[in-house]
Design a binder for this molecule. Structure first.
Ligand SMILES: [Zn+2]
Length: 138
């Protein structure tokens, strides 16, 4: 089914010269780069999306990632942490204070690392599908 969707999307892109490929844009966003050119920085700070790309001039202010990146971050970190907690507790039985401290640092660090990447991916997806104003004025 994924192959059919990919084929349908590829046909749509071929038929429409204005269509944008989804995965390259998402991949560039995950790397915190402009979804259009992949050269310019997507963020002006930690999570603030820049208004326009410094490299290609693409207007990026139309994104509406909202709570999506936080949702994805909690989903991934929560599931990963549950597995790590179970494995470490069963195998090593660490002191509870050490266990909680290490896992807290791990969870916060991973969340801070993932959050801008997921936001970039969502902005890239919205840009590729011309959502929320990305399709207007081109
Ligand atoms: Zn750009």
């Amino acid at each position: 089914m994924d192959e059919q969707l990919t084929t349908a999307r590829a046909a749509q892109i071929i038929d429409d010269p204005e269509a944008r490929a989804t995965w390259p844009a998402v991949r560039r966003g995950l790397l915190r780069r402009c979804p259009n050119c992949g050269e310019g920085h997507l963020f002006d700070g930690y999570l603030k999306v820049t208004d326009t790309c410094a490299a290609c001039g693409e207007v990026l202010k139309h994104h509406r990632a909202d709570d999506g990146p936080a949702y994805l971050t909690i989903l991934i970190v929560g599931h990963l942490l549950a597995f790590v907690m179970h494995f470490v507790w069963v195998q090593f039985r660490p002191e509870p204070l050490v266990f909680a401290s290490v896992l807290t640092v791990f969870a916060v660090g991973l969340s801070l690392w993932l959050l801008p990447r997921f936001k970039g991916g969502i902005v890239g997806y919205q840009w590729a599908h011309r959502m929320h104003g990305f399709g207007d004025g081109d």
